[in-house]
Unconditional design. Structure first.
Length: 151
């Protein structure tokens, strides 16, 4: 099969423009979902967590059998002053079986601020729309958490 210059140009355009656009759109949708979930949470909670995404990046690989799932969790400080927060998360699959237990980094979360939970697995060097909280071998459906609040 021969690819002419026009097909190559179109393919190049798609990869240069649409792939980053799709990543940004996915980030915006995850952020909006986190905002909606934390706004609808019980108002008496000091801290609210929301799992907004657990997905693999299988579109870019041929064999997806060993693909890790990227999990994105957001935390919201519902208090009127900034707090240092650290969260222990127990990730669960659809049968509520444990996938992983992981600690977040200590995060400074401003008053009424929403932030993505960051762990040792979060790649801070990556663009913000490619970041995730942590990875699991299977899709995460549920979680349990404990948090420590300082300052």
């Amino acid at each position: 099969m021969e690819i002419n210059w026009w097909d190559g140009t179109v393919l190049g355009f798609l990869f240069i423009w649409f792939m980053p656009f799709g990543q940004k759109l996915s980030y915006v949708m995850a952020l909006e979902q986190a905002m909606n979930a934390t706004e609808n949470a019980n108002g008496s909670e000091e801290i609210t967590l929301s799992l907004v995404k657990s997905e693999s990046n299988c579109l870019t690989k041929r064999n997806c059998s060993n693909e890790q799932f990227h999990n994105v969790i957001y935390v919201k400080n519902n208090m009127d002053e900034p707090k240092e927060i650290q969260i222990k998360i127990r990730a669960l699959d659809k049968d509520q079986q444990e996938l992983k237990v992981i600690d977040s980094k200590i995060m400074e979360v401003g008053a009424n601020e929403l932030q993505m939970v960051k762990t040792e697995e979060t790649n801070q060097q990556s663009s913000i729309w490619n970041q995730y909280s942590f990875q699991t071998d299977d899709r995460m459906y549920y979680f349990q958490h404990h948090f420590a609040i300082g300052k």
